[in-house]
Design a binder for this molecule. Sequence first.
Ligand code: 1PW
Length: 216
Amino acid sequence: GSPFQEHRFQIQRLMRAFKASLTPSGQILLWEYLSGWKELIKFMDSLGAAFGLVSRETQSKIGIMEQHQSGEHGHHYRTVQSMVAFELARGLVGFQSLPEDQPPSGCRTLLRLHRALKWLELFLHKLSTSRKDGAPSQMCAEAYREALAPYHRWWVRQAVALAFLALPSRQELYRLLCPEGEHQGQALLLGALGSISQVYNITQEVFASHQMLDLP
Ligand code: 1PW
């Protein structure tokens, strides 16, 4: 293939990354998890400038996670579970408010990505079960209302709503997601959904069991 191919979004790569993030013992590997997100960012970027804010914000969260990974205690940031254990033991989670002089914790940062993953899960689900005349901008907005809007400030909700309006038609979106055609696209969507839900559910359990679902 072309040497530039890896810069283009591929839903297969997204699916593989989230699948690979799951170990047989139910650990979630952060490097693979984040590489799934990076693939998704390529997709957002292919949607045009309207998704710039969403894309930049996601990248900045990934950047914080990578700083933790390459830091002094990086080896604790191999899995979601080891990160949680480490930050809990060291009092680094930030259950109250964020100390100004410290980088945001891995837990509160991952929680943001985790909530956004629910948005993606709902959106892909709606898309994969939608009729030919369905409007992606509406599906995206509904998924956002259900999964993410309650956690966002007013101005963020307004900005995100504007981005949705720029989403292409269902047909065009399927073409972007899977150039091989809608039929295959649907199968790939379902495959991706399967891995994303599994990863989401495990992360949710880990965070819930430590009362970490509303870190400031
Ligand atoms: C095509 C579908 C793509 C779905 C991808 C989902 C990405 C969601 C990112 C939304 C970003 C909106 C703008 C920023 C909001 C931040 O305030 C918020 N960040 C996130 C990732 O939700 C909360 O982070 P904060 O402000 O508590 O550091």
